[in-house]
Design a protein around this ligand. Sequence first.
Ligand SMILES: Nc1ncnc2c1ncn2[C@@H]1O[C@H](COP(=O)(O)OP(=O)(O)OP(=O)(O)O)[C@@H](O)[C@H]1O
Ligand SMILES: [Mg+2]
Length: 371
Amino acid sequence: MTHDQVDIVLIAAGWSGAVGAVGLLIAWLGRRASLRWLPVGVALVAVGAVVAGVIGTSRAMFLSSHDYGVILWVCVVAGMVSIVFSGLVGAAVVHWSGRLREGARSFGESGEYAGKVGGPAEFAALNDQLHETSGRLAESRERERQLEDSRRELVSWVSHDLRTPLAGLRAMAEALEDGMVDDPARYHRQIQAEVDRTVRMVDDLFELSQIHAGLLVPVFETVALGDLVSESLAGAESVAAAKGVRLGGQVEDGVLLRADPAAFSRVIGNLLMNAIRHTPADGVVEIRGRSHSEWVELSVSDGCGGIPDDEIDRVFDVAFRGGGARTPESGSGAGLGLAIVRGIVEAHRGRVEVDNLADGCRFLVQMPLLA
Ligand SMILES: Nc1ncnc2c1ncn2[C@@H]1O[C@H](COP(=O)(O)OP(=O)(O)OP(=O)(O)O)[C@@H](O)[C@H]1O
Ligand SMILES: [Mg+2]
């Protein structure tokens, strides 16, 4: 570089830099103004920096006044073109952001995002993100609606399920009182069974309300999973035998669990009873236990033939009962068993899920390993 060229660069840098600094100051002062002005400001600073550089260096470049005029005119024309161009860019950006704002506003009102904004990648990404959020909101609204329906159904079903056996009990008691009965022993047995069923349901409701109120605090003990399973199997044996269902499976030796034994036995019992109830005669119910990396796993699989797709997500909901039928005579319960299972498992910081297998389904409980 010659001496002159160094001078020209330094002078141009000084003048253009001054324009840049002024531009920066104005941009800072106007930082809350519309995005529309940003590209215009950038174009103005760019052109201004060139013009200032030319003016500042014209003496050092020994320009004739004619050449000087030509350069300035070229700068002015180029400047106007770039300002118009940047104005258009600014208007487009404002248009896209306006559509995003309009979409977000109606999202807030209707809860559903219906915007379709193109433009720069960032706007398109924001548009996609809003669609995704809208989808997730819709899912959780649907879930909430289903839960609300379940609660409402619970009240009407429970009153129905209680009223029917109570009416039966009253009829049987009156018949006994009137001495109109040939076989009083049968009536007594039936009364006993109805009372047991009703008491079980009221107990379930009470337990569920405790769980939902956060009052179920497990009393943790270290227990052998095998022992809990054996006890539950012994309790379910007679029901399974009466139905002709075989109970199988096994628990790995020495699997220890940190849990409230009574509550966890309830979990196993509810899962076993459901499995037996939904398995046809000659079918098999298998219960397996093992410890696995961070979890102790307990699975109960049955031969129910699979839970329908539209029901499988709801089986843990309070008062959900599959198949639609809701008569106490069908021998099914109030739809509380799995809600209690989930409540207890979650109070232990575990999780429970259900999958369909080839010809049945499998409930899997995962409990955190010993702390
Ligand atoms: N092992 C299973 N196989 C197939 N379907 C099942 C099984 N366990 C539960 N279900 C379905 O999930 C629904 C809810 O089960 P849940 O145990 O909560 O209620 P329930 O057994 O009907 O009544 P409750 O347990 O209160 O006596 C059942 O009605 C049934 O449709
Ligand atoms: Mg049940």
